[in-house]
Design a protein around this ligand. Structure first.
Ligand code: SF4
Length: 213
């Protein structure tokens, strides 16, 4: 049942929005940085912060991890909460240095669950950010859950109100084939539906591709 409904949601969203080809980022490192910067803000602000880092020529692990934290915060200011996010990036870089000898290649080759735990051990990196890095930077078949996912499933009675991150993630991962490409598109499409139609207040159901589901 859940399998059929999840497939139907995907088909309708894909038909309406088309292929999304996430994540916008030139390298896995850039995706990783973007995943931290996008916490509590929209992507256009993240783009400005990433542009600053690129223009300054510091968008690499070697350069960015050496940057004084105050300067890092200044570059990423457009993404908001810049002091907090600079601290989080520094925490992430410390973990990469301590557990992977500063090698992104080693990190990206790590076994999925071990890497997930390593990312979650970083202060300021929660499940959504860790899974975004796993899926979009490391190409692992891990489903990313966000507030849009929760809202859309809840409004279609596919989950109870008290379902948490892990339970929603399991619902997708138990009922869909373990395919990073599919999970990549599916999450991106849910974000499109959430932004364009399934708004927190006054959802635009009549125009939404999931209307009547
Ligand atoms: S806007 Fe309405 S139809 Fe669309 S996903 Fe939300 S609840 Fe469903």
């Amino acid at each position: 049942m859940a399998h059929t409904q999840l497939e139907e949601i995907y088909t309708r969203l894909y038909t309406h929005f088309g292929q999304q080809q996430w994540w916008p980022g030139d390298t896995p490192f850039e995706v990783m940085v973007g995943a931290v910067l996008t916490q509590n803000t929209n992507w256009s602000n993240v783009e400005k912060a990433i542009d600053n880092l690129k223009r300054a020529g510091v968008m690499s692990f070697e350069r960015l991890s050496q940057l004084p934290v105050a300067l890092l915060a200044e570059y990423i200011r457009p993404a908001g909460y810049y002091n907090i996010k600079a601290g989080r990036l520094r925490n992430l870089f410390s973990m990469i240095r301590q557990q992977y000898g500063g090698s992104l290649d080693q990190l990206l080759e790590e076994e999925t669950e071990t890497l997930r735990q390593a990312l979650l051990s970083v202060k300021g990196i929660g499940q959504e950010t860790a899974d975004s890095i796993l899926l979009y930077a490391a190409g692992r078949p891990v489903f990313v859950v966000d507030a849009y996912t929760y809202r859309i499933l809840l409004r279609h009675d596919l989950i109870p109100e008290d379902f948490g991150y892990g339970e929603i993630q399991e619902l997708f991962m138990d009922n869909l084939s373990s395919d990073a490409g599919l999970f990549n598109e599916y999450h991106a499409l849910l974000v499109c539906a959430g932004k364009d139609f399934c708004k927190k207040t006054s959802p635009k159901c009549a125009d939404c591709p999931l209307h009547g589901l």
